[in-house]
Design a protein around this ligand. Structure first.
Ligand code: SF4
Ligand code: SF4
Length: 389
């Protein structure tokens, strides 16, 4: 029996930390409220009397809800209402996309309007940060995180289920990378440029933050070249768990990955949420068979064998792995010369240049590129593509 088979069996039989999967066909308030209550109840409930709660949606970019780049605003509204009814005394909602000039308003994705309408508080993570440290890290012992964390008792991750060019999949764990304000995120991409090192750093971040719960928006997910430029894919699902790791193991398997091929899942086992393996959690509600979509378009290259995983323990091989990944390609026909890719590239691999006709274009220095794909995530007009060899 393979590890994957083992996961599949145990997801449907045993276990301790519940992860729920329920149907929710559309972003309609009544349907969302009903499905969310069901998902949370199956996941063991959520008692928040007197608590100060930070809701952290995924706002990768301030894009319109129908693009499926961000957690849907109606999902956020349903969560605010649930959290209020569960007794929370203060509800903050916020995120910090990699690039935004000045204060981030979150109006393009519709979340700010929902926050105001529901009487919650908007939290701009650029309002201040401080150092949070960890005694026994996998790789990173210190993080500069939003000071908003000092004002709350409970952090709830509200991810959108998406593919991710760099990490293959993004869900409840990766979503919390946004607690690092603005451009500072790009610096950690330079420091940890291999997928394994970056995943370890994310696991350390999770050890610092200790999120209380995860509620996943998979009503419409993103497939193909995510997380910024993929294609919306209707799944009609919500998921809930007190474990960000358990929900990510289930969601990544649901869309067709071997969950252990996802670097964040692999490195979090034995570290987060008391989950050492598949025997430590159980699936409630829908089974994977009932919920699984047909032919979800994944990111290629995730299926790494045991030898390759072993070699990744060595710095030289991690560097070679980075170099073997494709570099971004820029389409001058689509490029509007906004400069956001240049601003976010912490490796300084990008600059404006001019061709013989004096037309400006974005120039890539491949020798500096660490294949983090932040430029691809941030480009507002899909002028950047990542093509697997
Ligand atoms: S060019 Fe793009 S992929 Fe390369 S280092 Fe810069 S942001 Fe990352
Ligand atoms: S490639 Fe995209 S992000 Fe970069 S300058 Fe052009 S439009 Fe802006």
């Amino acid at each position: 029996m393979t590890l994957e088979d083992n996961l599949e069996d145990n997801l449907e039989d045993n276990m301790k930390v519940p992860v729920s999967l329920v149907r929710c066909a559309a972003y309609k308030p009544d349907e969302l409220a009903k499905s969310l209550s069901e998902a949370i109840e199956l996941a063991g409930g959520l008692e928040l009397t007197g608590q100060r709660v930070l809701l952290k949606p995924n706002i990768l970019r301030d894009a319109a809800p129908e693009r499926a780049v961000s957690t849907h605003p109606e999902f956020v509204r349903a969560v605010i209402r649930y959290v209020k009814a569960a007794g929370a005394k203060r509800i903050l909602v916020g995120d910090s996309p990699g690039v935004h000039l000045g204060d981030f308003e979150g109006r393009g994705c519709g979340i700010r309007q929902v926050v105001d309408e529901e009487g919650a508080e908007w939290a701009d993570f650029r309002g201040g940060k401080r150092e949070y440290s960890l005694q026994h890290p996998l790789i990173e012992s210190s993080f500069q995180l939003t000071k908003i964390l000092d004002q709350v008792d409970v952090v709830i991750s509200l991810p959108k289920l998406k593919t991710h060019q760099f990490m293959f999949y993004t869900g409840a764990m990766k979503n919390l990378y946004g607690l690092i304000p603005g451009y500072a995120k790009a610096g950690l991409h330079v420091k940890y440029s291999s997928r394994d090192d970056f995943a370890k750093m994310l696991v350390d971040l999770l050890q610092v933050v200790k999120p209380h719960y995860a509620l996943m928006d998979a009503v419409v997910a993103m497939e193909g070249p995510g997380p910024g430029n993929g294609f919306p894919r209707s799944l009609g699902l919500l998921a809930a768990s007190r474990s960000t790791l358990a929900i990510d193991l289930v969601a990544s398997r649901l869309i067709g990955y071997d969950p252990y091929s996802i670097p964040t899942n692999r490195h979090a086992l034995g570290v987060l949420d008391g989950i050492n393996g598949v025997d430590d959690f159980e699936l409630k509600g829908l089974s994977l068979e009932e919920a699984r979509p047909a032919q979800f378009e994944l990111i290629g290259g995730s299926q790494r064998g045991p030898l390759s995983r072993f070699l990744m323990r060595f710095r030289l091989f991690r560097k070679l792995e980075t170099r073997s990944r494709p570099t971004p390609k820029f389409d001058p026909e689509k490029c509007i010369l906004c400069g956001e890719c240049i601003a976010i590239c912490a490796s300084r691999a990008l600059s404006f240049a001019a061709n013989a006709d004096r037309q400006r274009y974005v120039k890539l220095d491949e020798s500096k590129c660490i294949r983090c794909y932040c430029c691809h995530e941030i480009c507002p007009v899909e002028a950047i593509t990542i093509e697997e060899h």
